[in-house]
Design a protein around this ligand. Structure first.
Ligand SMILES: Nc1ncnc2c1ncn2[C@@H]1O[C@H](COP(=O)(O)OP(=O)(O)OP(=O)(O)O)[C@@H](O)[C@H]1O
Length: 622
């Protein structure tokens, strides 16, 4: 019954074009990976042949030809006609899988049985001619796959080809640039430079002088090679970093995690990088490049190094561009982090030019490590530079000189009090930058440290009160001035302090600020909530900020000589307030900007002759 739609046990049909499209657009990062997949098949075939014949040759030869063709020949295990039929004609079939575990067998690069399809991203036709090394009786075979899903299989005469395989591609019309000698050399070098087999590309010599083979693979990993001494090794690894990562490192850190079959080098960047940029690394898997931007190899704090590593145990994702997250990867990450950390601690512990360079260049990374690591925290307190009101100092220096570390947690607070504190010989640490507040909070819990955030009263204490007679003299003016700033939730006092050039400072108390926020909420809340909140606000109704006028400053003295009700007094106080806000690095709110304009108008009015008396120069000239 042909028109009966019911069916059982029929095989799926696969639309090869759809699968190729899926690979090209969604799995692989682009057509370039076709070279990687061909190299990988050649290397795996050599591995399989060497398993039965350890002395078999190990070569992969790539020959870009005229008219957008490429021939890749390996001295690997080859295929019998029956294997070609079984393995090449079925998408997802692989000879490299461990059927018991459902995983790729450890010694092979490939595992998924889709790699060869990637060649359809650049070619409409893939030809594979092969002769088996394992079955000497089997004739050679020629298999041709087409992008529309058909294939041809031909058994060739015995003895017509050597053991191994040759893949031939003819570029699709718009894709021939992927198959030029220049591109193939670049891609083979990128993916295969660390392969342990002899990979070479045939390149044309200049001026029609024929062709030559250019070897692109290195027999030994650069960090495993033998060198005359440490200095030669250091120079060779630095040169390798310049070639592959594009920078000259400050130092290198050897990495070795035998359980993950992992070895390599972490290079310390020569310039600072912003935190959060993440760390991305160059990872090789069984010596084939997995990716140049592999994430998650090291924790966030390690953003000051870039690694080049090779692993024989960790697994790739299907795209072969990132590492698959499993227990083995997590264990490897932990071991790598420990190695970078050990190096960092050792470097910080022994003073040297290198440790100074690392501290200067990567202080942010060190700070980010110190907030999660007590040993590093103790070390950084000895060596990390902090901005203080007494110049750049380490936290240990501040503690040794003053017994405690007094700090602000916002840059504005630091700027606000710095001039006054400096003049009074107080040392205050600016902990307003990224990680610093966290770092100091953690340090406060360490034995032997007294760490405290600066309060307004700390500064107020060092400001000298004015003489009683002077206080009486300016009593009315101060009262009038207080009324001017009170609507801005600010109190006003007159004190004497150095330097005399600073006319006023604005002091702010964090606790006071919090209370004033609560008070504002109380006044806006309905009765029930108002009552609850009022309990938190406390009885004290002092404003959170205080404008301290400096009686040693000549401008302030002249201002306080004005009559209490003179418009110029109010205008002067307003402009001192606004200047103090700006000095503290705070943005002006709308109300404050308006005040500034009003004050400016009054001051100009007072200082300039009345408008009617301004001579009209244009008329005079005429
Ligand atoms: N050069 C070659 N020599 C011998 N056998 C080959 C060669 N190229 C491909 N094959 C056979 O064809 C099978 C399918 O290859 P394909 O590249 O599609 O997948 P794979 O290498 O098994 O896995 P992956 O998708 O992870 O690359 C391989 O498992 C292998 O048996």
């Amino acid at each position: 019954m042909h028109d009966d739609p019911t069916a059982a046990g029929r095989a799926f049909q696969v639309d090869l074009r759809g699968v190729v499209d899926l690979l090209a657009r969604h799995l692989y990062s682009g057509p370039r990976v076709y070279v990687r997949e061909l190299l990988q098949n050649g290397v795996d075939a050599i591995t399989a042949r060497r398993a039965v014949d350890p002395d078999a040759p190990a070569t992969v030869r790539l020959r870009p030809g005229p008219g957008g063709t490429l021939e890749v020949t390996d001295s690997g295990v080859g295929l019998t006609p029956a294997q070609a039929e079984e393995l090449l004609a079925t998408v997802g079939r692989s000879s490299k899988r461990d059927l018991d575990l459902g995983l790729g067998r450890e010694e092979f690069l490939g595992q998924f049985g889709i790699g060869l399809l990637s060649a359809f991203m650049v070619a409409d036709e893939i030809e594979l001619v092969s002769r088996s090394a394992v079955d000497p009786q089997a004739p050679p075979v020629r298999w041709v796959g087409y992008a529309d899903g058909r294939y041809d299989l031909t058994v060739l005469p015995v003895g017509s080809v050597d053991v191994g395989s040759t893949v031939r591609l003819r570029a699709r019309p718009d894709m021939d640039h992927w198959l030029t000698a220049e591109t193939v050399v670049a891609l083979a070098q990128e993916f295969g430079s660390l392969l342990p087999v002899d990979v070479a590309v045939e390149v044309p010599l200049p001026g029609d002088e024929g062709t030559a083979w250019r070897r692109v693979s290195e027999p030994v990993l650069p960090w495993r090679a033998t060198y005359a001494d440490d200095e030669e090794r250091r120079a060779a690894l630095a040169a390798y970093c310049e070639r592959t990562l594009g920078f000259t490192p400050l130092a290198h850190i050897d990495l070795d995690v035998p359980l993950a079959g992992l070895s390599g080098v972490a290079y310390v960047l020569p310039t600072a990088v912003p935190p959060g940029a993440g760390s991305r690394h160059r990872v090789y898997l069984k010596r084939m490049l997995l990716g140049t931007q592999v994430e998650d190899l090291l924790p966030d704090w390690a953003f000051f190094v870039r690694c080049v590593v090779d692993t024989s145990v960790l697994r790739p994702t299907a795209s072969r561009e990132q590492l698959y997250t499993d227990d083995a990867l997590l264990a490897a990450q932990e071991a790598l982090a420990a190695q970078v950390r050990t190096w960092t601690v050792a470097t910080l512990t022994s003073p040297s030019e290198l440790s100074r360079d690392v501290v200067t260049t990567h202080h942010l990374a060190l700070r980010s490590l110190a907030v999660v690591d007590d040993e590093v925290l103790d070390l950084t307190a000895q060596v990390l530079p902090f901005e203080t009101t007494d110049g750049t100092q380490t936290l240990a220096q501040v503690r040794d000189d003053h017994g405690e570390v007094l700090h602000t947690t916002r840059v504005e607070d630091f700027r606000r009090v710095a001039p006054v504190a400096r003049a009074q010989g107080m040392t205050i640490v600016n902990a307003g930058y990224v990680y610093d507040a966290e770092l100091l909070a953690r340090l406060a819990r360490r034995p032997g440290w007294r760490v405290r955030e600066l309060q307004a009263r700390d500064v107020a204490q060092v400001l000298e009160p004015v003489e009683p007679h002077r206080e009486l003299e300016v009593l009315d003016q101060v009262q009038a001035a207080r009324e001017v700033v009170r609507p801005l939730d600010c109190d006003l006092v007159v004190r004497r302090f150095a330097p005399e050039q600073v006319p006023a400072v604005l002091l702010e108390d964090r606790d006071g600020r919090h209370e004033s926020d609560v008070r504002r909420a109380v006044s806006e809340a309905d009765d029930l909530w108002g009552g609850v909140l009022a309990g938190f606000a406390g009885a004290d109704t002092e404003p959170a900020r205080r404008l301290v006028l400096n009686d040693d400053n000549p401008t302030v003295r002249r201002l306080l000589a004005a009559a209490p009700d003179a418009p110029v007094l109010a205008a002067g106080v307003r402009s001192l307030y606004v200047t103090a806000v700006l000095l503290a690095g705070e943005p002006l709110r709308v109300r404050e900007a308006e005040l500034m304009n009003d004050a400016m108008g009054v001051l100009l009015e007072a200082g300039l002759p009345p408008a009617s008396r301004v001579p009209d120069e244009t008329q005079e000239d005429a």
